[in-house]
Design a protein around this ligand. Structure first.
Ligand SMILES: C[S@@+](CC[C@H](N)C(=O)[O-])C[C@H]1O[C@@H](n2cnc3c(N)ncnc32)[C@H](O)[C@@H]1O
Length: 429
C-alpha cells in the first residue's frame, strides 16, 4: 500500500477526541433527538433536541452513579475521573484508574488546529494538492512558502487527518479536505476558518474579562458594530447554510398553483436562504431584510446568482423594518442566538404577523438540550454569544418552540438538515 492509511481509521484527531466532532462536518454534534416528542410530522422519528433522557444506574469507580442512558464511554471516563478527585483523602477504591492530566494538556493546544488550517488555506496548500499528491518541495514551488514552514504545517495536517502522507513523503488530500478545504469547491468552508482566526479568536482572548463583567467588549448585536462585523463575513458562511437551505427548499411546496410565492428572508446576510428557495422554484419572490451595511452584501450575492429580479431588499432593524404582509414562508437563519430571548420573542411575533394563514416559518439555530449539557458545539457557541453579544445565547428546541407557540404558531417540528442542528418549522394557522 503506497499511502500510509493504516493508522487513520483507529486514530482520533484532536477534534474528535476532545470536541467530539465527526470528521465529516460535525453531525456527531447534533443534539440527541428521540421519538415521540415532535408536535408535527416533518421528522416523525425525531424528538426535540434536548429531550430529557432516562437515567440508569451503574457502578463507576466503586460508586453507584446515575448515568444518562446510552452515556458514552468518554462520559463514564470523565465521571470516573471526577470520582477519583472527589474521593482523594476519602474512601477511594483501589480499583480506580488514577486521573490523568493528558486531556487537559491536549485541550491547551485547542487553538492550534484553526490557525494551522488558516495558514494552510492562505498558502493554498489544499488547492495545490487538489490536482494530485506532492512532496514538500513541489508544494514549496507551487506556493512560494518555505520548506520548513510547509513541512511542519503539512505534518500537523496529517496528524489532524486532513492530509495523508505516503512512504515517498508525498502529501495528498483526504476526501474531507478535498470536499471542504479546496477554495474552488462549492463546499469550501475556508471562509468560516478565516472568520474564526481573524474576527473571533482576537475577541475570545478577552474572555477572562468578559466573564468577570458578563458584558461583551464589542457587542455585534448592535448595528453600530454589527453592520461592519457581519458585512465582512456573511458571504463566507454562505456554504455553511446552503445545504440546509436547499433541504428546506425541497421540503416546502414552492410550486403551488403557479402564482408567486412570497418568501421573507429575515437577517438575510448573504441571502443564502432566499437564494436556495428561489433556485428551487421560479415562482418564489424574496423580501430580504438586514441592516443597510449588510444588505449591500446581500445584493452582491443575489446578483452573483442572477436572481436580482426575484428579490426586493429592505434595509433596517429586525424590530422596526417593514416586513410586508401575506408571505408564504419566513426564514430566520442564525439570528435568534444573537438577538437573545428578549428580542427574539417580539421578532417571532412580527414574523407571525407578516405571514399569510397557512404560512411556514423556518428557524435555523445551533441547538442545545434543555439541561444545557450537550452538544458541545451548542455550548461553545453560547460562549461565543457571551463574547460577542449583549444578551445572546444558544437555545433548546423546547424553548424556541414555546416562543413560536406564544407568537401564535402551531405544529412546531424539526426538519433534519445538513447543518449543526435540525431546522425548526412551524405553521401559522
Ligand atoms: C449569523 S448572520 C446569518 C445570516 C444568514 N441568515 C445565514 O444564515 O447565513 C446574522 C445576520 O443577522 C443580521 N442582523 C443581526 N442583528 C440584526 C438586526 N437587529 N436587524 C437586522 N439584521 C440583523 C446580521 O447583519 C447578519 O446578516
Amino acid at each position: 500500500m503506497s499511502l500510509s492509511l493504516l493508522s487513520i481509521a483507529n486514530r482520533k484527531s484532536l477534534f474528535q477526541s476532545f470536541f467530539s466532532l465527526a470528521p465529516t462536518g460535525g453531525t456527531a454534534c447534533r443534539p440527541r433527538i428521540f421519538p415521540g416528542h415532535d408536535e408535527g410530522r416533518a421528522s416523525p422519528t425525531r424528538a426535540p433536541p434536548g429531550s430529557i433522557r432516562a437515567f440508569s444506574y451503574r457502578r463507576i469507580g466503586g460508586l453507584r452513579q446515575g448515568l444518562p442512558k446510552g452515556a458514552s464511554s468518554r462520559y463514564i471516563e470523565i465521571r470516573q475521573g471526577l470520582n477519583t478527585i472527589n474521593n482523594f483523602g476519602g474512601n477511594m477504591s483501589s480499583a480506580q484508574t488514577p486521573v490523568r492530566p493528558d486531556r487537559i494538556m491536549q485541550l491547551a493546544w485547542g487553538y492550534a488546529p484553526p490557525l494551522i488550517l488558516e495558514a494552510a488555506i492562505r498558502h493554498r496548500v489544499f488547492d495545490v494538492l487538489d490536482n494530485g499528491a506532492k512532496t514538500v518541495e513541489e508544494v514549496e514551488d507551487a506556493t512560494g512558502a518555505s520548506a520548513r514552514g510547509l513541512t511542519a504545517l503539512m505534518n500537523a495536517l496529517v496528524g489532524l487527518d486532513l492530509l495523508i502522507k505516503d512512504v515517498q513523503g508525498r502529501y495528498a488530500l483526504t476526501p474531507e479536505s478535498a470536499a471542504f478545504l479546496v477554495s474552488t469547491k462549492p463546499g469550501f468552508q475556508g471562509g468560516m476558518i478565516l472568520h474564526c482566526s481573524q474576527h473571533l479568536i482576537p475577541k475570545w482572548l478577552r474572555l477572562n474579562e468578559i466573564v468577570a463583567t458578563g458584558k461583551p467588549v464589542e457587542p455585534v448585536n448592535q448595528e453600530r458594530l454589527g453592520g461592519d462585523f457581519f458585512s465582512k463575513f456573511v458571504a463566507d458562511i454562505f456554504p455553511r447554510s446552503y445545504g440546509s437551505a436547499q433541504t428546506l427548499a425541497g421540503a416546502l411546496d414552492l410550486n403551488g398553483d403557479g402564482r408567486p410565492i412570497s418568501v421573507l428572508d429575515l437577517a438575510a446576510g448573504s441571502g443564502v436562504w432566499g437564494i436556495a428557495l428561489a433556485q428551487k422554484s421560479p415562482f418564489v419572490r424574496v423580501t430580504a431584510v438586514d441592516w443597510p451595511e449588510v444588505i449591500a452584501v446581500t445584493r452582491k450575492t443575489v446578483a452573483h446568482f442572477g436572481l436580482m429580479k426575484r428579490f426586493q431588499f429592505v434595509p433596517g432593524d429586525l424590530l422596526s423594518a417593514d416586513f410586508g404582509a401575506n408571505h408564504a414562508v419566513a426564514t430566520l437563519g442564525h439570528i435568534l442566538h444573537s438577538e437573545g430571548e428578549e428580542r427574539s420573542r417580539p421578532l417571532l411575533q412580527r414574523t407571525f404577523d407578516a405571514l399569510a394563514p397557512g404560512g411556514t416559518v423556518a428557524v435555523a439555530e445551533i441547538l442545545v438540550n434543555d439541561e444545557r449539557t450537550e452538544p458541545l458545539a451548542g455550548l461553545l457557541f453560547a460562549v461565543n454569544m457571551l463574547v460577542n453579544t449583549d444578551h445572546g445565547d444558544t437555545y433548546s428546541y423546547r424553548e424556541i418552540s414555546s416562543w413560536l407557540r406564544e407568537a401564535g404558531f402551531v405544529n412546531s417540528r424539526t426538519l433534519d438538515a445538513p447543518g449543526p442542528s435540525p431546522l425548526i418549522l412551524a405553521t401559522k394557522p
